[in-house]
Design a protein around this ligand. Structure first.
Ligand code: NAD
Ligand SMILES: O=C(O)C1=N[C@H](C(=O)O)CCC1
Length: 248
């Protein structure tokens, strides 16, 4: 059966790459490509099965609400997730049994493995800091990937009974020690020429371990998006993280 797919945010950096990927994919048909000025009714008019949502933290909630109240599964990579927003989408999904929503902070397989390796390493090191580096047009900071990585590390540390990290710094400019995500410092670099990069730095007595991932091109996200599109109908409810669709 051919899946009828839409891309919302089709003219954006990742959305335009997703349009090409869906068009080239076997078993998928691109039936709608929406930009900022498009009407969401185009989705229902085109009888879309799965919408790939790649827009902006200010737009994503409205798009998800339309899809989930009109019988359309969604795969989104848009960032800016908070517990409050997740509660809202859980409510929408509760009213739409059988529909699936995948929220993927990162679609790149390498980035997902980097998160997994960081989760594994977390309990063995006293210190950890996350540095994420992105292009200069990125809307949000820290990145969704870095936030998720820090949350996973913090949960693994807590589960292992590690105490909170100590920071003996007594003199610093505000922001110099990064943002605090569940006790893990996260530093965000924005630089023209970069795309999406992250290094997780662990330290303990006499050694460090750095887990680094680099996305050099938006094509790195496409296999993950296509996997999400193909699998989402079999995963009703909310799935947070593409790792749940991988055999990790
Ligand atoms: N999860 C991942 O792997 C991954 C990878 C790359 C980017 N992203 C995220 O995807 C989002 C988009 O990133 P980008 O670099 O492509 O940004 P971008 O600004 O290049 O593209 C976003 C596009 O969405 C459009 N848009 C905004 N509101 C819209 C709406 N209501 N309806 C339709 N279109 C709308 C904009 O006009 C723009 O063309 C960001 O949140 C980014 O962090 C996620
Ligand atoms: O380019 C972006 O913007 C990206 N956003 C995601 C994030 O915030 O983690 C994934 C990487 C690219």
């Amino acid at each position: 059966m051919t899946l009828r797919v839409a891309v919302i945010g089709a003219k954006g950096r990742i959305g335009s790459e997703a349009v090409k990927a869906v068009e080239a994919a076997e078993g998928l048909e691109l039936v709608a490509a929406l930009g900022r000025d498009s009407k969401l009714t185009e989705l229902t008019d085109a009888r879309v099965d799965v919408a790939v949502e790649l827009t902006h933290p200010d737009s994503v909630m409205g798009n998800l609400e339309y899809c989930l109240t009109h019988g359309i599964h969604v795969v989104t990579g848009t960032t800016g997730w908070t517990e409050e927003r997740l509660e809202t989408v859980r409510g929408l999904l509760a009213a739409a049994p059988g529909l699936g929503l995948l929220i993927a902070p990162n679609f790149s397989i390498g980035a997902i493995l980097g998160m997994k390796f960081s989760q594994l390493a977390a309990k063995y090191f006293e210190s950890v800091e996350v540095v994420e580096l992105h292009h200069d047009r990125k809307a949000d900071a820290p990145s969704g990937t870095a936030t998720r990585t820090a949350q996973l590390i913090a949960a693994a540390r807590a589960e292992a009974g590690l105490p909170p990290q100590q920071d003996p710094t007594t003199h610093s400019l505000p922001g110099a020690r990064g943002a605090d995500v569940d006790g893990v410092p996260v530093h965000a670099v924005r630089l023209r020429g970069l795309l999406a990069h992250q290094q997780v730095m662990f330290g303990d007595t006499g050694e460090t371990l750095t887990i680094r991932h680099d996305s050099m091109h938006h094509s790195s996200f496409m296999p993950g998006i296509l996997l999400g599109v193909r699998k989402i109908a079999d995963h009703p409810g909310l799935t947070f993280g593409l790792e749940h669709f991988l055999d990790l």
